[in-house]
Structures are given as structure tokens and as C-alpha cells.
Write a protein that binds this ligand. Structure first.
Ligand SMILES: Nc1ncnc2c1ncn2[C@@H]1O[C@H](COP(=O)(O)OP(=O)(O)OP(=O)(O)O)[C@@H](O)[C@H]1O
Ligand SMILES: [Mg+2]
Length: 235
């Protein structure tokens, strides 16, 4: 079986400037692949280009063997790519349940709506079903955003800095959750992170971005080496 996701020679950016230059990465089934790098190096830009919120100016995005480079973000979501943006972007004035139902709308017609399963993963969401999203803590909002992506049963999850603005105990919980998810379901994860604990808990191998290019590939030994890892992060 080939990779779930691959990019080759990817170039993208904003306005007249390019951010990503010749970015080629792969995510294989069952893998949790990290995207590391200091602030402003292009990590979120890579995620946006992978999900289709940003157009590729050159290169290709291939998902489950099919070239999706020209497809819209909603088509990619329907194919089974779940995306959790940096800063979560839940709807604060909608209830928890309404936020989850919005996740479902993204995939209207695909026929998978795993609300009960998501409630099993995160029981507090069922208890707070009628509460507004904005009343949850940062960590709980992150879990809601992950749950919103998971209600559609994606085969690939793009997670952009889930630890951002989340207290340390909850960061650990999220790390454990990601590991558990991949152990139990046929899903792969592309994980942007700067939090050392979360990276060392969850990530199997990683790409390092610097000024929009991949400058290093880290294997599990490199990831366990905290000093080496720190070189590639803003900490
Ligand atoms: N919407 C935008 N319009 C114009 N430039 C942008 C936009 N978003 C990001 N950039 C620029 O693109 C570059 C890469 O930004 P990106 O958000 O991908 O970095 P990042 O690695 O995710 O950083 P961080 O760790 O701070 O989240 C930066 O120079 C940034 O200023
Ligand atoms: Mg970012």
C-alpha cells in the first residue's frame, strides 16, 4: 500500500510571495508524522495547502493515490481528510452539539456520522452538548475541534498545533489521545507541533521546515534526543 498523503515539489504562498518551496513529504497508513520548525517557517501554510484552503502554485498533492491538487477543500474533506486549524476555530456562540453538526455538514452525503463514537472518545462533550463552545476551556475547545473533524471518520487527520494555548496536563491528554486514536483506528496523522512533550509522546518521525523548505528528516532516535529536537523549535 502506498502513502495516504504525499506532496511533491509543492510551492504556495500569499499575494505575490511564495512561502513553501519544493516541499515533498509523505504520510503512510498508521503513521503520526510531525511537521516541526520555528514560528513563521511555513508549517500552517503546508497544512492549508494540503487541505486546499490555499492553492498549490506548483507541485502536487496526492491522497490515497489520486491527484487532488486542483480539488476544493470541501471535496478533500469528503474524501476523508480531517483538518483542525491552528487556534481551533470552533464557533463560540454555537453549542457543542451544533459545532459537531457543522463538522457533519462538511461531509453531507458521505454517510458517516460518528457522533456516538466521538462521544465515547470525549465523554465530556456529551455532558456539555447544550453548552456554548466558547464556555469551554482552551483544551476542551481543542478536543471539540478534533471531535468535529472526527465525526466524519477521516482516514487522515491534519492537526495544526493542538497544544497551542492549552494547559500542560491537557496537552498530555491530547498526546495520549492521538496515540490511542492511531492504535485503534485506520487513520494517519500529520501533526504540526512545537511542544516537546507532545512531539515525544506521539510523533513517529518528522519533517523540519525552515523558510518554507524541508531541511531535515527526523527519525525516532532524533525525536527522543531532546537537545537535538530543541534546535528545530521556538522554545
Ligand atoms: N494570510 C497570510 N497572508 C500573508 N502572509 C501570511 C499569511 N499567513 C502566513 N503568512 C506568512 O507566511 C509565512 C509562514 O507562515 P505560517 O503561518 O505558515 O508559519 P508557521 O510555521 O505556521 O508559524 P507559527 O509557528 O507561528 O504558527 C510567514 O512569513 C507568515 O508571515
Ligand atoms: Mg502555524
Amino acid at each position: 500500500m502506498g502513502p495516504i498523503l504525499s506532496t511533491s515539489g509543492l510551492r504556495s504562498g500569499y499575494g505575490t510571495g511564495d512561502v513553501l518551496q519544493n516541499v515533498s513529504i509523505e504520510v503512510n497508513p498508521g503513521e503520526i508524522v510531525g511537521v516541526l520548525g520555528r514560528n513563521g517557517m511555513g508549517k500552517s501554510t503546508l497544512m492549508r495547502t494540503a487541505i486546499g484552503l490555499l492553492r498549490a502554485r506548483a507541485g502536487k498533492v496526492v491522497f490515497e493515490g489520486e491527484d487532488i491538487t486542483r480539488e476544493s477543500a470541501d471535496l478533500r474533506a469528503r474524501r476523508g481528510i480531517g483538518y483542525v486549524p491552528q487556534g481551533r476555530e470552533i464557533f463560540p456562540h454555537l453549542t457543542v452539539l451544533e459545532n459537531l453538526q457543522i463538522g457533519r455538514l462538511v461531509n453531507a452525503g458521505r454517510g458517516r456520522y460518528a457522533l456516538d463514537e466521538v462521544y465515547q472518545w470525549f465523554p465530556f462533550l456529551r455532558e456539555r452538548e447544550r453548552q456554548r463552545g466558547g464556555t469551554l476551556s482552551g483544551g476542551q475547545q481543542e478536543m471539540l475541534a478534533i471531535a468535529r473533524a472526527l465525526v466524519n471518520g477521516p482516514s487522515l487527520l491534519l492537526l495544526d498545533e493542538p497544544s497551542d494555548g492549552v494547559q500542560p496536563s491537557i496537552v498530555q491528554e491530547i498526546g495520549a489521545f492521538i496515540v490511542d486514536l492511531v492504535a485503534r483506528k485506520a487513520i494517519a496523522v500529520l501533526l504540526v507541533e512545537q511542544n516537546i512533550d507532545l512531539i515525544q509522546t506521539a510523533v513517529h518521525r518528522a519533517y523540519v521546515l525552515e523558510k518554507g523548505s524541508v531541511v531535515a528528516n527526523l527519525e525516532s532516535d532524533d525525536i527522543r534526543d531532546t537537545e537535538r529536537l530543541t534546535e528545530f523549535l521556538s522554545v
